[in-house]
Ligand binder design. Structure first.
Ligand SMILES: [Ca+2]
Length: 296
């Protein structure tokens, strides 16, 4: 089951091409009417001379030129500009990323109000997205440019979420690329710490619920880090997904809410299997296998 959550964060500018577009189009969008005039002019020229330079070519990067991009970080902690991954992307795309770190949405708003607008933005809340578009804070992303500069993304999103681009438009124009949440579209890999498994006497990763529970108990009771202290837990919040999933109800899937069963629409949360999972989780909690701070 797929679902496009329009009220979730809007991602602006996913690629270098988009970034360049945003930078350059910002100037155009501030002119308001001029944008329409340009578009009409572009349309007529394209109709008459298809072999001439495309109107979107002016937004394409110049080969060999290094661009500086003010990139708003979306990480919880500040990102250093000399961080290994930043350097990696700089070299890979021949750019100079200037990572913009802001503490929260208010700090970002202050920055924007002062005219210091990053080239890429992550906007939380659909109403904020609309306001920024109306205020000219964010630039239009021309659809033809998206098709040319990011064809895989353009086609892929439309394929996965039919109507995606039309739903993203404001007054017929695209100003951002909204994030898409896929419900249970991908498997969630389970990663076990190999040295801890060895230390509790397991030679391979657990492959069924009994083995999983056994490992989690031993991670709690058998000093898996071998420091001589009783200072480990089997799992925390995310680890509980293992338990729920073993009973057929992965918490972040559509199954946990409403779904069809025996011809009836039923709420997943109160199905017998979920109660069995909760019974086991309750036992694990009482036995100290689950970190008591798991909620936070
Ligand atoms: Ca220990």
């Amino acid at each position: 089951m797929r679902k496009l959550l329009k009220l979730l964060p809007f991602l602006l500018v996913l690629t270098l091409f988009f970034t360049l577009t945003a930078c350059q189009q910002a100037n155009i969008s501030k002119k308001g009417e001029d944008t329409q005039t340009d578009s009409k002019a572009a349309d007529s020229s394209e109709t008459s001379k298809s072999s001439e330079t495309s109107p979107i070519d002016k937004f394409m990067p110049t080969e060999g030129k290094k661009y500086k991009i003010n990139w708003l970080s979306r990480q919880a902690q500040p990102v250093d500009n000399d961080a290994p991954l930043v350097q990696y992307w700089n070299e890979k795309f021949n750019v100079e990323l200037n990572i913009v770190n802001v503490s929260d949405a208010n700090a970002l708003n202050v920055k924007i109000a002062a005219g210091d607008i990053p080239d890429t933005l992550i906007i939380t809340g659909y109403e904020n997205f609309v306001k920024m578009a109306e205020d000219g804070v964010i630039a239009e992303l021309e659809e033809e440019l998206l098709k040319k500069a990011a064809p895989n993304m353009y086609v892929g999103l439309e394929k996965e979420v039919p109507g995606y681009w039309e739903e993203n438009k404001l007054d017929g124009k695209i100003y951002g690329i909204s994030s898409v949440n896929f419900w249970n579209a991908y498997r969630q890999p389970i990663i076990w710490r190999g040295d801890w498994l060895e230390n509790i006497g397991m030679t391979k990763a657990p492959s069924n619920l009994d083995e999983v529970v056994d490992a989690l108990y031993k991670f709690t009771k058998n000093d898996p880090d071998q420091n001589g202290k009783d200072d480990t837990y089997g799992c925390s919040m995310s680890g509980l997904d293992l338990i729920y999933s073993a009973y057929g109800y992965f918490p972040r899937s559509g199954e946990i809410f409403w779904h069809e069963r025996d011809g009836q629409v039923v709420p997943g949360l109160i199905q017998p299997e979920v109660k069995e999972a909760l019974t086991l989780i309750n036992k694990m909690y009482k036995d100290g296998v689950i970190d008591p701070e798991f909620v936070t």
